[in-house]
Design a protein around this ligand. Structure first.
Ligand SMILES: O=C(O)CCC(=O)C(=O)O
Length: 291
């Protein structure tokens, strides 16, 4: 199977791309989960959320997309068929108007999982990155620390697809081994998009990254309920949505309550402005000697 990441086609099972492995056999053993997270840079958990709850949230989001004219006319919202304008949506913020969605990402099950993993009371950032990705939509390779590094580095991203999501609809990809790229962590990993007014994506080319820095990309098909979590220094991207169906997903953040949080993403009204006059990543990489 060929998989599209950025502008490149990668063969599943070839040199550049493999399958993610799940960590379900370690559930209930926080020390083993933590060790796996340190080794792999991510944890894929099948059935992390209650599937029915995820599907209720999906329905809520699809109804909004339909009201907003983003779905194909005269089709059932449940099909998630992208409208003729091929426009997606990004809802960044607290997202109170999606109560069924909030029930999933703030659920006692989710918070309890992170409390067990991190060994104490946890908080989730109020800002939620909820996305409906149209055909052709995708995310370039980056570390999350460059967007949310003003608090603790012991912060975790949880990526949840809202619906069964095959690889060709746009799934989360991990660059295996990238959480140990010391030179990249010491340069790009110290950057902040706002403070340094620099582009956040490290690369749009998945092959260039593997050829220059090593590792291998990994992704998988997700079922509603599955989720993947990873740390701030794990390079990740998404496959391109090459289907006529909207990919719906959200990324949310969790950390120990006792550690400092990045104020940009906390509170009733966290509104992300984004920097202006951004420096191209190519320029920054030249300066760091990472070309
Ligand atoms: O969903 C996507 O396309 C990107 C997600 C992402 O970058 C993240 O979870 O940090």
């Amino acid at each position: 199977m060929m998989v599209t990441i950025g502008a490149k086609q990668l063969e599943m099972g070839g040199r550049y791309l493999t399958e993610l492995r799940d960590a379900n056999s370690l559930l209930g053993d926080p020390a083993a989960l933590k060790q796996r997270l340190e080794e792999d840079g991510y944890l894929l958990i099948r059935g992390f959320h209650d599937r029915e709850q995820v599907l209720r949230a999906r329905e809520e989001i699809l109804q909004r997309l339909q009201r907003d004219g983003k779905l194909a006319p005269d089709t059932e919202a449940a099909e998630a068929r992208i409208g003729p304008d091929n426009k997606g949506a990004f809802w960044g913020g607290v997202n109170d108007s999606f109560p069924a969605f909030r029930e999933v990402v703030d659920s006692p099950r989710t918070m309890g999982f992170f409390a067990g993993l991190l060994g104490g009371e946890v908080i989730t950032y109020d800002y939620k990155w909820l996305r409906a990705i149209p055909n052709g939509g995708n995310t370039g390779a980056h570390y999350d620390i460059v967007y949310m590094g003003a608090g603790t580095p012991n912060l975790y991203t949880l990526w949840t697809p809202f619906g069964d999501t095959p690889i060709d609809m746009g799934t989360l990809c991990i660059l295996l081994g990238s959480h140990r790229w010391d030179r990249v962590i010491a340069t790009y990993g110290k950057m902040d998009v706002d403070r340094d007014k620099t582009e956040g994506w490290f690369s749009k080319d998945p092959i260039e990254l593997v050829d220059k820095f090593g590792g291998q990309w990994a992704t998988t098909s997700f079922q509603a309920g599955d989720a993947i979590l990873f740390g701030m220094y794990t390079m990740h991207a998404s496959t391109v949505n090459v289907t006529p169906h909207m990919r719906i997903s959200c990324d949310t953040r969790y950390q120990l309550a006792s550690e400092p949080a990045d104020a940009r993403w906390v509170g009733r009204n966290p509104v992300y402005q984004g920097p202006t006059n951004v420096r191209p990543m190519e320029e920054a990489r030249k300066q760091w000697n990472l070309i």
